[in-house]
Design a protein around this ligand. Structure first.
Ligand code: FDP
Length: 477
């Protein structure tokens, strides 16, 4: 067991497999702490992404997505929403607060922007942050000049991201979203809220100046997803953000996730492999079309089902009457030499590895196989494609769903490999401006629970008997 507990992946976000990122191993087999690698550590970059655009143009949604994406890739990112600072003094302003002739309103809005920038700079210097998003309208040249000067004086790169949108449907969808979910209008009559919000937009339109400052680094997203203008992109991390933005859209849509039905390996408590479904797994495949219907899949809106290349996911999706696509990248986490073993056998044959994995499950790499961190890198193109798509259903595996779910629900790395993703359950995720709505639809077909608590190698138990088509809903904000 010479290399026991050595299977830790560093964070090879940029130079996968490069020597610099290979984890250091001590002869005793005790792991050294995983060094924190990130794109920024490689480039020593700090970026302030400054959002620009009228209200209801999806800025907060875009800002939230950038943060989520970067954090998922181990880049320290945080959004500073000026509205949150403004709400401390003016929780529910009416449209006239945003009128250019309202001097007091102007003063308070400026103070909120200054407070947000101050906290952001503190975060860069004290918490060593890498990418901050300044989420506000920043709709005048004067405001942008002040931000650019203040931030670049600290050696932080400034990158403007403008969201321009004249698609009435998109604007309406955003107004609808804001009037029902924004704290600015909480508890108010939705129609009055919509009228006030439109008036607020008109006030901003009076002073709005689109970005034309050619000496700035900027990305202009026109009707998010249809046209992108890029100016003066400077380095790798900026270009990653641009590429991500180019793939985004803000049309309403949902993502459906399901593990394959219970497999013969799940029943036997074995990991990995390419087993067939168990008889109960087959029944899940049969009821899946109805479960999907109940969960709101409307085929006329178009949906594609993605599976892995493994038999258990293909068999699970086979009765779904939608277009299907197989992705190698959706195959289960490769458990290398442990493939086909039970957790009990792994503990017996590789005790140090068993412990090392539970000590740091995200970074532990199976001998000849993968870690969760490796899996995230493998799934990055999948996430990018999911961002481009509208409605998608993904039928895949426990570890893969954990990583995809962690991306959409902002789950930190120390928790994501330990999340319970039960069999025979459809998880519906619907991205909203202020979070992602999650709904779970359980089929009334029993299955084993493949969830294994830390340091346990106990056999798979029968999961609690589900209530008929049990539904749970929660919001991650
Ligand atoms: O990371 P852990 O918790 O071991 O979970 C991943 C494991 O889940 C399993 C089931 O135990 O996946 P799968 O859903 O494909 O059957 C194993 O094949 C896989 O190794």
């Amino acid at each position: 067991m010479a290399e026991a507990s050595n299977h830790l992946t560093a964070s090879p976000i940029v130079n996968i497999g490069s020597d610099a990122n290979t984890p250091r191993i001590e002869a005793s087999g005790v792991k050294t702490p995983t060094p924190v690698y990130s794109m920024s550590a490689v480039e020593d970059t700090r970026i302030c992404v400054v959002m620009v655009g009228l209200p209801a143009r999806g800025k907060s949604l875009i800002a939230g997505k950038i943060v989520r994406y970067l954090r998922w890739l181990s880049v320290d990112a945080r959004s500073f929403n000026v509205g949150t600072y403004r709400r401390q003094d003016t929780p529910q302003p009416t449209a006239d607060f945003f009128d250019i002739n309202n001097k007091e309103g102007e003063r308070m809005r400026r103070a909120a922007a200054e407070a947000a920038v101050k906290d952001m700079l503190k975060w860069f210097s004290q918490e060593k942050g890498t990418v901050a998003i300044l989420d506000a309208t920043n709709s005048t040249r004067a405001r942008r000049r002040w931000i650019a000067q203040t931030v670049s004086a600290r050696g932080i790169e400034v990158m403007f991201v403008e969201s321009k949108c004249d698609d009435e449907d998109l604007i309406m969808a955003n107004i609808l979203e804001v009037k029902t979910t924004s704290p600015d209008y909480r508890g108010q009559d939705p129609e009055a809220a919509a009228r006030d919000f439109r008036e607020r937009i008109r006030n901003y339109e009076k002073v709005y100046e689109t970005i034309t400052e050619t000496d700035y680094t900027y990305v202009k997203l026109i009707n998010v997803g249809s046209q992108v203008v890029i100016n003066c992109i400077q380095d790798y991390l900026q270009s990653r953000i641009v590429y991500f933005l180019m793939n985004l859209h803000i049309k309403p849509r949902s993502i459906w996730l399901s593990r394959h039905g219970e497999s013969m390996y799940n029943l036997a408590g074995k990991i990995g492999g390419d087993a067939d479904l168990s008889p109960r797994g087959m029944r899940y495949a049969e009821v899946l079309p109805e479960l999907c219907r109940q969960s709101g899949i409307m085929p006329q809106q178009g949906i594609t089902v993605w599976t892995s290349t493994m038999k258990r996911t293909i068999q699970t999706a086979r009765h779904l009457p939608y277009n299907k696509l197989q992705w190698k990248a959706l195959d289960e986490l490769d458990s290398g030499t442990c493939d086909g073993l039970t957790y009990e056998e792994i503990e017996e044959q590789y005790p140090e590895d068993f412990k090392a994995r539970d000590d740091d499950k995200y970074n532990y790499r199976y001998r000849g196989g993968e870690s969760y961190r490796d899996l995230v890198i493998r799934l990055e193109p999948i996430i990018m494609e999911m961002e481009r798509q509208e409605n998608v259903m993904v039928v895949t595996h426990q570890a893969v769903i954990r990583c995809i779910y962690a991306y959409f629900m902002n789950v930190p790395q120390d928790r994501s490999p330990w999340m319970e993703i039960p069999l025979h359950t459809v998880i519906k995720l619907t991205p909203k401006a202020y979070g992602t709505k999650e709904e779970r639809f359980k089929a009334n077909i029993p299955a084993v629970s493949t969830f294994r608590p830390k340091y346990s190698s106990a056999k798979h138990q029968e999961a609690d008997s589900p209530d008929v088509n049990e539904l749970s809903v929660k919001m991650n904000v």
